[in-house]
Ligand binder design. Structure first.
Ligand SMILES: Cc1ncc(COP(=O)(O)O)c(C=O)c1O
Length: 393
């Protein structure tokens, strides 16, 4: 009765099973994976948020496929503040970046066509592609004191069925971003092979360095689709507002916009109260970003201090984002280690394979975890490693 595309293995894995059982039995869990900002003890301006949601114009329905103009203006203002000008007619509001990916895959791909995705990367890509009958093909990111795209492997991954290259800027969970050189190489590759460039920039504001990161939203060389949204920028995933921006050679861009508009018109998925609230909710990003920067800075400092006391566990360099990647002795699978950590210390971390790390020995933790919880969890993790590996048990 069901489609092949939904024939997933829906069994929960041993780690998720162990987590559910532990929670059900009332045992404590120190969760180091939480990346839902509404569950990480941040301060949100409750009154302003709720007031923004009760705009009187919410009682009217103006079905505009790309979204209401004041909302698209707010998105354009966000980019203008980063020095990036755009035409509001090239912006589409969507309920999530997941929806934006679906619109894009439907616009660019026939069934069985391929899009390139980074490895390690965002766990949802395979599902997003499956649902649209698209094949996600990995290109490797390599680590050598910092992450970079393996462009040779990326080129080798391109086939006649490839329709686009996805870059996450900065990437989840590696936290590295595309430098000017990378952008240029991506443009050349996409132009030469007639591919679309798809840039997911939900973490763009969470850069650890000075200044702001350049956005693909000002890229006019290859046909480019840039997406972001409130879920990370303002820490408000529950509001379900994201956007997609088309840039690139004018004729191609206009064709893409016309096709996307038809898809958006068919769904009209944005609700009015959220669109009217968007200017306020986007403005609140400054407060969230500041808190986030402080949290990630404190957690990283705490982590580095702890790691400096031993040699078995290290962390990889990162430039931004919300995650830290830990390198641990790879004597067993990373899932086995995560399971042991949960069962014996009550600490929950993501094994690297959750993010498609190709080898064992990596764990991923969320840097927006509240500081006390983060410190307690990391201490328990380092203690377990010390016990297991230093003493050779
Ligand atoms: C790379 C990346 N894109 C998109 C999202 C989610 O965005 P949205 O809530 O708009 O679907 C996430 C969430 O973790 C992410 O890591």
């Amino acid at each position: 009765m069901f489609s092949n595309r939904t024939a997933w293995n829906l069994e929960s894995n041993p780690l998720s099973k162990a987590l559910s059982e532990r929670i059900a039995s009332g045992k404590p869990v120190i969760d180091l994976t939480e990346s839902n900002p509404t569950k990480c003890s941040f301060y949100f301006e409750t009154e302003q948020i709720l007031e923004a949601l009760s705009h009187p114009a919410s009682l009217q329905y103006e079905p505009l496929p790309q979204g209401l103009l004041p909302a698209r203006n707010a998105v354009s203002d966000y980019y203008r503040a980063r020095g990036c000008a755009m035409n509001v007619n090239d912006i589409f509001l969507t309920t999530s970046t997941s929806e934006a990916y679906s619109f894009l895959f439907r616009t660019l791909c026939n069934p069985g066509d391929e899009v390139l995705i980074p490895q390690p990367g965002y766990p949802l890509f395979n599902f997003l592609a499956d649902i649209q009958d698209v094949t996600a093909v990995r290109y490797p990111l390599i680590y050598d004191y910092g992450w970079q795209i393996d462009f040779h492997a990326m080129e080798r991954a391109i086939t006649p069925r490839t329709r686009g290259i996805i870059v996450v800027n900065p990437n989840n969970p590696t936290g590295h971003f595309c430098k000017a050189d990378d952008m240029e190489r991506l443009n050349q590759l996409c132009l030469g092979r007639e591919l679309a460039l798809i840039a997911d920039e939900v973490f763009l504001d969470f850069y650890f360095g000075k200044g702001v990161l350049p956005s693909f939203a000002s890229n006019n060389e290859a046909l480019t689709f840039t997406m972001s949204g409130l879920s990370k920028i303002s820490g408000l995933p529950q509001m379900k507002v994201a956007w997609l921006i088309a840039t690139g050679p004018e004729v191609l861009k206009q064709q893409a916009v016309a096709r996307l508009e038809m898809i958006a018109d068919t769904y009209l998925s944005m609700n009015t109260p959220m669109q009217l609230a968007l200017p306020v909710l986007l403005e609140l990003r400054h407060n969230f970003r500041q808190q986030c920067a402080e949290r990630t800075r404190n957690n990283l400092a705490q982590l580095d201090k702890l790691l400096s006391t031993q040699k078995l566990c290290t962390r990889l360099n990162l430039e931004g984002g919300w995650y830290a990647i830990l390198r641990v002795p790879a004597t067993g699978s990373h899932e086995e280690f995560a399971l042991e950590l949960l069962n014996t210390r009550g600490v929950y971390v993501h094994p690297g394979h959750f993010y498609d790390f190709p080898t064992d020995g990596y764990l991923v933790v969320s840097l927006i975890t509240p500081e006390l919880r983060f410190a307690a969890g990391m201490e328990a993790l380092v203690a377990l490693i010390d016990e297991k590996f230093r003493k050779g048990s």
